[in-house]
Structure formats: C-alpha cells, structure tokens
Design a protein around this ligand. Structure first.
Ligand SMILES: [Zn+2]
Length: 417
C-alpha cells in the first residue's frame, strides 16, 4: 500500500515571476471553468475525462494562446472530478450546483513541475520560472526533511496556492510500504467524524472539540468598521484603501481557516476516522442565520479540509442537515423545543449537552444511516465521540484508547498579522 503526505513549502518569488504565476493561475482557473461549463452544457453532465479532453482540449489551447498542454490537462482533470462529485451528490439525493472555481491555485504534476533540492521549476503561461524554497531554520524532524527530502518518498506533484501575495506549494509525496495491519485497521474499520458549523461556534466535532467564532466575528466587525470609516471619506485614496482592507481581511481569514482545517484533519487522524461528515452547506445561511461572510468561511473551510484530508485517504462528505439541530443524538426524538440557544435538552429522554455538539453527532449518524441503507461497501462502523463510538443502532462501545479529556472550548490565538 501507499503512504501519501503533503508538505507545504513557501516560495521565494520575485515580482517578474509573480506576474507570470498570477497569469498562470488566472488561465488555469479559466480553463477549469471552461471545461466545467462545457460539461454542463447539454442534457447530461459529461464526466468522462476522455470525452471532455476530446471536446475541449483544442478550444482551450486556442482560447488561451497555447497554454501549457500539461496544465490544460490538469485543468480538465480538475473539472472532470468536480463534475463527478456533483453527479455523485445528485445520485445521493443531495442538491449540488455547477462548480465555480475562485480559490487561486494551479495543479502541477511531474511534467509541468520539476522538484529540486532547494527550488522548483514551474510551467507558466510563458515558459518556466524557478523559485527557491523558503525552508524552516531547523533542519531535522521537519515535514520537509521527513518527506520532501527523504529518499524513501517520491514527489508526485503539487498544488500552487497564492494568498495575500504569498506563494505556497503543497507538494505531494508518496512511498510504498509493506502492508501494516494497524494502519489498515484504521481505514477498514474506521469511524466517521461529524462536524457542525455555526456562527457562535465556527466548528464542533463529534469528538467534542470546539473552535469558537469569537476571533472571526471580532475581525469581521473590525474590518466592517474600517470600511465604513473609509466609505465616508469617498475619495479615490479611500476607495483604494477599502480594497486593501478587503485583501487583508481575506488573507487573515484564509490563514485562520487553514489552521482550523489542519486541526480538524489532525482530529480525524488521531481518532482513527476514515470519513469526515459536514452538513450540506447549500442553505446554511437560511438554517443558521449566518452572514455571507460566514458562508464564505464555511465553504473555504470545507474546501481546505477536503484536500488536506485526501492526502491521508480520509473522505470528506456533506450530508442532509434536516433536523440535525433538533434531533436528540441519544434517543432520536426530534422536536424544535429540544433546543434553546446553545443548550440542548431532549424533551423525551432528558439528554443534555451543548446544542452544536449534539448536532455534530447527528451529522455523523446521518452519514452512517445513508451509507448503511445505500449499501456502499466499506461503510464506517460508528461515529467517533470523545469517549467512545456510537453505532447506527444507538449501541455504544467505550474507546479502546485512553479516554479523551472531553469537551473543551478554547479561543485559538492568532499567530500572524
Ligand atoms: Zn432523547
């Protein structure tokens, strides 16, 4: 079997190279969107890579002035996978709309990128650029030394991301290992981690870890105020400053969401979960009274968790959110009065807990029901809780490992900016 790792490396990019990379990102995203639009343009959504390649490759190359063929193919793969996941959602009776790509990134493989010891060479819209890695000072025991520079690991490709003028490469590495029974046990008998998203608490897992919304809400108000002050000025200078506030806001929030997504994936790995289940995000504003800013944050968080979890073979899904906040995760009794703000108290069995934690458990259980009635192979056995595992029939087994410390709400400090 294979072990896959993703190592994040900052790139040292001068202004000429940055301009080319920006152009490359724009062209890549345009190409992905072109293929998606084409796939949706007909009675059925086309998901076959071969068909999409035949029908779009030449057009994309022509429209982009001969964009690198390998990057055109990577864009087509990205589009095909996105279309496939929409069709899979429909088959599961979920709503899903045509994908739209806005997060700035480019997918590279071994043909479009060459990975050296201290730098990378990347294909762009105009030939190649070289960028040096910005590496941590300590040389041993970093992800870079363990995977990127390890002879055991092979570099398979990377995703280039940009945020706030910083260029980051998420480099994928893999190695073949002898089958390890303990690792197989976690994937085959894995459990599902339920995640509830909200305004007061940004995310809660069924293992009882909370990420409060305090920091996000504080900075949203702060940026809102700065924009308001500048709007009153009405000058061109003020207008430009409003845009710069917007960019800072984006960068700060993305950094925060990257950190939360890392912690969520770590939580899933530590708990031996093979699936992370979120509620369907489509109508989350209507359900939770979240702002557009929160919807934006939830979408980013989902997206980040999805690609980070993939590196560990963890599947990330969205499930039908109906009644997940009103249903008792202990006995199944569903009533709007079970919930009062942050407090959940079941009117039938008296079960009490934090309302968002109860919802996270229900989201995990919803996924289990779906897979067990849908008859998917290799369905997880239970929802991971802080003290054990609850199965779809309400049975409970204590965790075999040391009991976790339980619910802890903490406000995470912000490390930059
Ligand atoms: Zn109950």
């Amino acid at each position: 079997m294979e072990v896959r790792r993703t190592v994040t490396v900052a790139l040292d990019v001068d202004s000429d190279a940055a301009a080319l990379l920006e152009d490359t990102v724009d062209t890549f995203l345009w190409s992905v969107q072109y293929v998606v639009d084409h796939a949706f343009d007909g009675e059925y959504v086309t998901t076959s890579k071969t068909t999409l390649d035949e029908e779009t490759y030449d057009d994309v190359r022509e429209a982009t002035d001969g964009f690198n063929g390998g990057l055109v193919q990577a864009a087509r793969n990205k589009a095909a996978e996105a279309c496939k996941s929409v069709v899979a959602s429909w088959k599961n009776g979920k709503k899903a709309s045509k994908p739209h790509f806005s997060s700035p990134h480019v997918v590279y493989d071994k043909r479009t990128a060459t990975f050296h010891d201290d730098h990378v060479s990347l294909a762009t819209t105009e030939g190649r650029i070289e960028a040096e890695y910005v590496l941590p000072d300590e040389e041993s025991n970093t992800p870079h030394s363990k995977y990127l520079f390890s002879v055991e690991y092979e570099t398979t490709g990377a995703e280039l991301h940009s945020s706030d003028g910083d260029w980051m490469l998420h480099i994928h590495c893999k190695k073949d290992v002898e089958s390890d029974t303990s690792e197989q046990a976690t994937t085959e008998n894995g459990t599902v981690l339920g995640v509830d998203l909200g305004v007061n608490t940004l995310a809660v897992t069924s293992t009882g870890t909370f990420w409060t919304g305090d920091e996000f809400n504080h900075w949203r108000r702060e940026y809102e105020k700065r924009r308001g002050d500048l709007q009153q000025c009405g000058t061109r200078w003020a207008h430009e400053n409003i845009q710069s506030v917007g960019r800072k806001e984006d960068g700060r929030f993305k950094l925060m969401l990257h950190r939360i997504s890392n912690e969520l994936v770590a939580e899933a790995r530590e708990s031996g979960c093979s699936v992370i289940a979120f509620e369907d995000l489509t109508d989350i504003r209507e359900r939770t009274g979240a702002s557009w800013g929160h919807k934006w944050a939830f979408d980013r968080l989902y997206e980040y968790v999805e690609y980070k979890a993939e590196a560990y073979g963890i599947v990330v899904v969205q499930v039908d959110p109906k009644n997940t906040s009103r249903r008792c995760s202990h006995c199944g009794f569903t009533h709007p009065d079970n919930r009062d703000g942050d407090a959940f108290e079941c009117l039938d069995c008296g079960y009490e807990n934090h309302a968002d934690y109860n919802a996270a458990k229900n989201i995990g259980l919803r996924y289990l029901r779906r897979t067990q009635t849908g008859g998917d192979g290799g369905a997880p056995l239970g929802v991971r809780l802080n003290s054990g595992i609850v199965n779809v029939n309400g049975g409970y087994s204590p965790a075999s490992t040391e009991a976790r410390t339980g619910v802890h709400a903490e406000s995470h400090g912000f490390s930059r900016g």
